[in-house]
Design a protein around this ligand. Sequence first.
Ligand code: ADP
Ligand code: MG
Ligand code: ZN
Length: 530
Amino acid sequence: MNGVDISVSEGEGGNGLLNFLGNLLFPILTFAGVFFFFRRAQGGPGGGPGGLGGPMDFGRSKSKFQEVPETGVTFADVAGADQAKLELQEVVDFLKNPDKYTALGAKIPKGCLLVGPPGTGKTLLARAVAGEAGVPFFSCAASEFVELFVGVGASRVRDLFEKAKSKAPCIVFIDEIDAVGRQRGAGLGGGNDEREQTINQLLTEMDGFSGNSGVIVLAATNRPDVLDSALLRPGRFDRQVTVDRPDVAGRVRILEVHSRGKALAKDVDFEKIARRTPGFTGADLQNLMNEAAILAARRDLKEISKDEISDALERIIAGPEKKNAVVSEEKKKLVAYHEAGHALVGALMPEYDPVAKISIIPRGQAGGLTFFAPSEERLESGLYSRSYLENQMAVALGGRVAEEVIFGEDNVTTGASNDFMQVSRVARQMVERFGFSKKIGQVAIGGPGGNPFLGQQMSSQKDYSMATADIVDAEVRELVERAYARAKQIINTHNDILHKLAQLLIEKETVDGEEFMSLFIDGKAELFVA
Ligand code: ADP
Ligand code: MG
Ligand code: ZN
């Protein structure tokens, strides 16, 4: 229909019986093949299945690493991340002027671990180090080492280092090293022979660099907590460089990098976008600019304006809008009051994040959304006060409370289920982790807390008695009930604003923060204190 050429060809007709036999024979052959190989692979150490040849030769000859003589990436391509760049500058210097260090008897470090959440530019930085030093870049993902067959990984590591040493000085980059570098003997599900052999080989190679081989190994991970301690001891990856999520200034610079080559309208203000994207990584920002460009193209525009960026951002955060969804008047009214409830409670909580936008256009799973603008300071420090968390719970309950007050207790809906999930999680953490409960006291219970960006630990066994569990439940309940009562009080006292806002939402579907605030000017609402 769109003028695309296609051609359709008949498959081989063939003989039915032969096909059938072929299908039957294939798996049998495969099994035989696998069995054969397995024995070979376990055979002589180091020998590997090298001599087998043909398409079945999967061992050492299939190198899974990539060699790039010149990455062409420099530190200028990595925006923000100043601290990491500063620390890596040292590695560049080791590669460029090794004599300076050896003259003084200094041993050049062999390994450096880049630690940080996904998408913060670890891979990019590693390439930039090679680019800055003007040396070749060997890279591979650690998961590539590990195959079904024992011994293959080790042989691949050996291969990689052999090649690298012949091209020294150079950088060897091992991405996602946690795939092989987990604590040995501590894996789930057993069968870690292959991983252990691979990691042992890696350690052997690194120890084997005598003096200055000129090979520096960079590795990246977002789970330093699971790494084997043998990897981290001096002489191996003894240097760690943390690559964090960028701050506002960093985000502005990353946005600048990723809008090169894009036609931007004059109204685009990177500073403003950076303020609206706390917690975004470099990869997220790159994606944002790309989505905005796609959106502009879809709208047949010549330039990307701030509206496209804003829409792309909301789409990334909350999923695509279902603009054409048919929503009954009744549902619209319900969602409007629900969201108005969140916004109203949020606006009247002391020192809470300001409301940025309220929308009742359905998106993804949500019927409507209230956006708050979290403060950079709070995100950066990662510190939340007790009162902030209590306010957050009240705001989350505001939706249900509004439904209840307006439509009656019997007519509340399932629309608040996500809100409840959030509230329960916050309340439980307050009691179990943060020492915010008088009865439980200043102890952490219920499994390791860990670094939030490194993800939840796999095992979170309860380490407290049933009696304590009862107290925890009671404390959680009390926190939630208190938050509920606060939300209810606000909504009851400022009923007039709730109605006004809901009316406005039903009319316009989205209301921005300023418009919302103007509703308060005629009313005489005051910050809630209690
Ligand atoms: P990681 O290895 O930490 O998961 P990557 O280095 O693969 O992240 O980053 C993915 C992409 O995000 C990069 O190709 C780059 O385009 C972009 N990016 C990430 N951080 C930055 C940054 N600080 N400056 C510029 N671009 C960045
Ligand atoms: Mg990476
Ligand atoms: Zn809600």
